[in-house]
Design a protein around this ligand. Structure first.
Ligand SMILES: C[S@@+](CC[C@H](N)C(=O)[O-])C[C@H]1O[C@@H](n2cnc3c(N)ncnc32)[C@H](O)[C@@H]1O
Length: 474
């Protein structure tokens, strides 16, 4: 077999050489600004932490720097809506697509917060605690799935169900959403689990049988204590002094505030339905090609929102391929484009993917590494292949619906498998060029991400680029 290194100088190197003048270290884009951490000052992000998010500051920076006036903005991987609400604050018309109901629920809750009088809410909460004290009959609203079973202490489970039974009977849908949101936001702290990298980590106090070293997450709050704290945090933040500037603390209010439009579904099927040349700006961060499984990390929240085993499995398969469990979607995509009468679009995307020499090289190398058992999961090559194939469709569609002169800003990390760097920034930018975007910049965050300790042992410490791409429609 040919040793892997003999493929050098690689197609990836050639691509790097071609695009290297676009790559620029962006000292003004700190890790904090790019990640959700810079959102801490804004109430909604304190109430529910979506660690996969980016910051409103990042969104506002690009909108202000690259646009003369507000227009239409889209985020096809909207998450909890950071781009959409930051855009709204600056007077943009915001559109989002999000598949995970967790993000969709947070966005709906944001609308509910905008429509509520804090004094009324305070009164309702007071009454609720009195009513709950005498509520003996309740329904089992939380129906666990295999990966969440025994996640809560028994008394927590009972109280949570009582609380949700109470919420279900409320007439005012804004109040109902807000009270549900408060419970939704404390699920992790009242449970035996901790969101930890790719999985939920389980505390040894659960009834569940666990393997490996016992883990103690520290204090596990009672439901009542946690939800009381959350509600008082919310009410305080919503109080009159703050509410006038609740989500707009640092901005002048725009003259027009458009409602945010969110479509729940997969962008692989929603983008093709949108009219060409519609958006002035796309700001987005897709899942990274890093095996992170949103459906496992957010399993408690999914169960809370009524998802059963089958629904979670379907959701996992519909997500953009970024876990080793994802199966390919290409056959379904073909049928879908056929049903739209757009098979020529499908063929075009596939052609660009198949013509990418760097992509072919990555696929070949991962295949070889798999043969010699150098990958820690044999489905990594499939995941990577499908990740890029699906992103190729997303980028084609994004370019199609961006107005001429409009921008796409994308936050994404490069990755490394079996010691081989996969230049996500370069390959995706190459796709983008093929579909009519000009690559203005590939901004690299000053400090890249280290390797996993296992990989460091084998290959030495090198860093993969963590980037923000800036593409402009020709
Ligand atoms: C990196 S996060 C984006 C976070 C967002 N920028 C924010 O600030 O909240 C990527 C998002 O893509 C969503 N996603 C994954 N596959 C999707 C698909 N096929 N269509 C739409 N959204 C998808 C995930 O649920 C996740 O919320």
């Amino acid at each position: 077999m040919i040793p892997i290194v003999e493929i050098f100088p690689t197609e990836r190197q050639k691509l790097y050489d071609r695009l290297s003048d676009k790559i620029e270290i962006a000292y003004n884009l700190s890790r904090k600004v790019v990640s959700f951490q810079a959102n801490k000052e804004e109430p909604i992000y304190r109430w529910f932490k979506y660690k996969e998010g980016f910051s409103s500051a990042l969104v506002k920076y690009f909108l202000k720097e690259y646009s003369i006036k507000p227009g239409k903005i889209l985020d096809p991987f909207a998450g909890t809506g950071t781009a959409l609400f930051a855009g709204q604050e600056l007077g943009w018309e915001s559109f989002g697509i999000e598949l995970l109901p967790v993000g969709v629920f947070v966005m709906q809750s944001r609308e509910a917060f905008n429509n509520i009088d804090p004094d009324k809410l305070r009164g309702i909460i007071k009454k609720m605690w009195i009513d709950l004290g005498s509520l003996n009959e309740y329904q089992t609203i939380i129906n666990h799935i295999s990966i969440t079973k025994d996640a809560f202490p028994e008394e927590t489970e009972i109280f949570l169900n009582k609380y949700l039974t109470y919420c279900a009977d409320l007439k005012d849908s804004n109040i109902q959403t807000i009270l549900k949101f408060a419970a939704f936001s404390v699920l992790e702290e009242i449970s035996y689990t901790r969101k930890d990298g790719q999985y939920l980590r389980w505390d040894a106090r659960t009834k569940r049988e666990l393997a490996g070293k016992p883990f103690d997450k520290g204090k596990i709050h009672s439901f009542e204590e946690a939800v009381r704290n959350k509600l008082s945090q919310i009410v305080n933040d919503l109080s009159p002094i703050m509410s006038s500037s609740l989500f707009e603390q640092f901005e002048n209010k725009p003259q027009v505030k458009y409602p945010v439009t969110v479509k729940e579904g997969t962008c692989l099927e929603e983008l093709p339905k949108l009219k060409s040349e519609t958006f002035d700006f796309i700001i987005t961060s897709p899942p990274y090609c890093n095996r992170y499984d949103y459906t496992r990390t957010y399993a408690l929240e999914l169960v809370f929102l009524g998802y059963n085993n089958e629904a979670v499995r379907n959701l996992r398969q519909t997500m953009l391929s970024c876990t080793v469990e994802n199966k390919g979607k290409i056959d379904d995509l073909k049928l879908f484009y056929e049903s739209l009468g757009k098979i020529d679009w499908f063929d075009k995307v596939l052609g660009v993917y198949e013509n990418s020499a760097a992509m072919a090289e990555v696929n070949t190398i991962l295949g070889k590494l798999n043969e010699i058992d150098k990958l820690n999961n044999s489905n990594i090559p499939r995941m990577v292949r499908n990740y890029f194939l699906e992103m190729c469709f997303v980028i084609f569609e994004m370019s199609r619906i961006t107005k001429s002169g409009g921008y796409c800003v994308m936050v994404n990390d490069n990755v490394r498998y079996g010691g081989e760097e996969i230049p996500v920034d370069l390959i995706l930018s190459d796709f983008a060029e093929n579909f009519g975007y000009k690559i203005n910049k590939i901004f690299v965050l000053p400090k890249g991400k280290g390797n996993s300790s296992q990989q460091m042992g084998n290959y030495g410490r090198t860093e993969v680029r963590k980037c923000v791409y800036l593409w402009q429609k020709r």
